[in-house]
Design a protein around this ligand. Sequence first.
Ligand code: GLU
Length: 519
Amino acid sequence: MTGPQPRVRFAPSPTGYFHVGSARTSLFNWLFARQQGGTFILRIEDTDAERSRPEWVSGILSAMAWLGMEPDEGPFFQSARADRHREAIDALWNGGFLYACDCTREAVIERTRNNAVPGYDGFCRDRGLERGPGRALRFRVPDEGTTVVHDLVRGDVEFPNASMEDFVCAKSNGQPLFVFANVVDDRDSAITHVIRGEDLLPSTPKGILLWHALDSVADGGIRALPRFAHLPMLVNERRQKLSKRRDPVALELYRDAGYLAVAMRNYLALLGWSPPGDQEKVDVEVLISTFRLEDVHHAPAFFDVQKLRHLNGEYIRELSLDAFVEASLPWVAPDQGAPSIAAPQAAIAPRETTSSGPTPPPGAAAPTAWRPPTDPPWPRERFDPAAFRRIAPAVQERVTTLGEVPAMIDFLFLVDPIIDPVSWEKVVADPNARSVLSAAAERYAACEWVAAVLHDETRALGDQLGLKLNKAQAPIRVAITGRGVGPPLFESLEVLGRDVTLQRIRQALDRLSSSSGTL
Ligand code: GLU
């Protein structure tokens, strides 16, 4: 490596659920830092007091901890840096880069309605207004020239300066605007690479102009301009930009549904980048060693939930039995299994380069322990870890998310199974159901209680009635588990035990005998 050790940052605004696109941005920063032996910094851009909320900050921290993307520095809070931002505003003002503007939004709209170039028209540029309350501070964008963003993903992107308005750096109430605070903080943190979503590309030339202006007034010293990498946007199956309202974009949804962090992280890495070779399921070490910003695609990346599900199923099946049982605990025994997600082990104390830099406000949003949004349907005390463990290998083969585990095993722990009406209708309509259940009750009362014997007995009763095994099994499965699908029947019966099995078969027979046979 030549040059300084890379310093990258993930700089989310805590104004909503943690978006999968933000998670992808965070991951690409993290992968790059890990690969290059660099530093990954988390900066919470919470200067918009009206839209930022502590619970969104907690969401970011716990999601990052879940995905194993611990920052090396931070979290730093932009809101704690107001003094520093004011100081930088003063430096730019004194250097003549800013001018005061007292135009109201309405006045600007009225004046510029028919202008060819949209945005502010420079009305106050030469009015020589003093700074003061009620006056915004605008950056004097050069009339001539072009600002070029040298982007590692998109190549050189040119922005004629004449097409840029004199943008606001500090609002009339003195509050710095996003692009300004963002640049000051990047400079103070000595950021070398800005890796972020392409929605921010249009604001990048403004940031570059500001960067050079801050250099020329030596605010915080001279800083090398970072390299930029703007990541492609995420789209849904209709190629529409993912929308908060329409698409499942909150990372929390996936954790709550029982996606494994390792699968989610692997999948996020594929959004705009592909590992070498044709393998998409790759270990994090391979992601780290092969990731290249230069190989990130321009084209929008399809966020394909089916592909994610598939990958998750693969990761689930690959777990050891112990790991599967443990990973399922939050869903099946939430009191034992909710992992407490500790605060990221961040070096809160800033390094030398940021020693005058951001510090988190005291007591800032600690991530909360996470647990799935719904509890299992059985009374807690009826959960039997040993029974779960016995059935777990069969369940592991059949689920694609951990959230599907409770419905596979609830028949073991409920007093009465939840009868699925559609499955029961099939039993009612099955002319052999009654004979099958009666024969099963007889045979199961006496046979040895192991899956292989139960299998043979059921096959024999099928033969007796002229039915294939799967036909014979169907009403028994519904009687026992309440559903037409689930883990293999004979293993299920073995774990459930003879007494409960016989009792449920009798209940199903009673139900069938009741006048309508309906539930
Ligand atoms: N806070 C900005 C956002 O969440 C991102 C800033 C950046 O990465 O530069 O959109």
